[in-house]
Design a binder for this molecule. Structure first.
Ligand SMILES: [Zn+2]
Length: 144
């Protein structure tokens, strides 16, 4: 038996430190908000919506091309949770929610109001803060 090779040495690793920790810049997985709409993409074959852009093929059907599209800004809460941990400058408590955008993908957003909302509650994406989507019950509209 030879000496153990330290984890990650001599082979590529999936985790990178990122620019905040002195490493290389890594892609931001959060979707941007442009002109009030969440920018993602949709499959030309099956219509699958994604909160990501630049996907090489459709993750649902593996056949279609993913074309950039704007979604929302309104949708319904799939799940929400009150967070009691400080993350960087964000003071607890605050609420994170997965929001199913109308005819669009599911996105993670911080709720403007620090309340847990039941699944199905209508919310609207009203902006971003440090790249995070911000949602609120204040501007939600009923779907047309
Ligand atoms: Zn597809």
């Amino acid at each position: 038996m030879g000496a153990e090779t330290p984890l990650g040495e001599g082979r590529p690793i999936k985790r990178r430190a990122g620019s905040a920790a002195g490493g290389q810049r890594v892609a931001d997985s959060r979707p941007p908000l442009v002109d009030g709409r969440v920018v993602g993409s949709r499959c030309t074959e099956c219509g699958y919506p994604s909160a990501q852009t630049g996907l090489p093929w459709c993750p649902a059907c593996q056949r279609g091309e993913m074309v950039e599209e704007g979604f929302g800004p309104d949708g319904v809460v799939w799940s929400s949770a009150r967070v009691q941990l400080r993350v960087l400058h964000r003071e607890p408590p605050y609420t994170l929610a997965y929001v199913d955008l109308d005819d669009g993908p599911r996105v993670l957003a911080r709720l403007l109001e620090p309340v847990v909302l039941p699944p199905g509650a209508r919310v609207g994406i009203l902006g971003t803060e440090d790249g995070d989507l911000i949602a609120s019950t204040e501007i939600a509209k009923e779907p047309v």
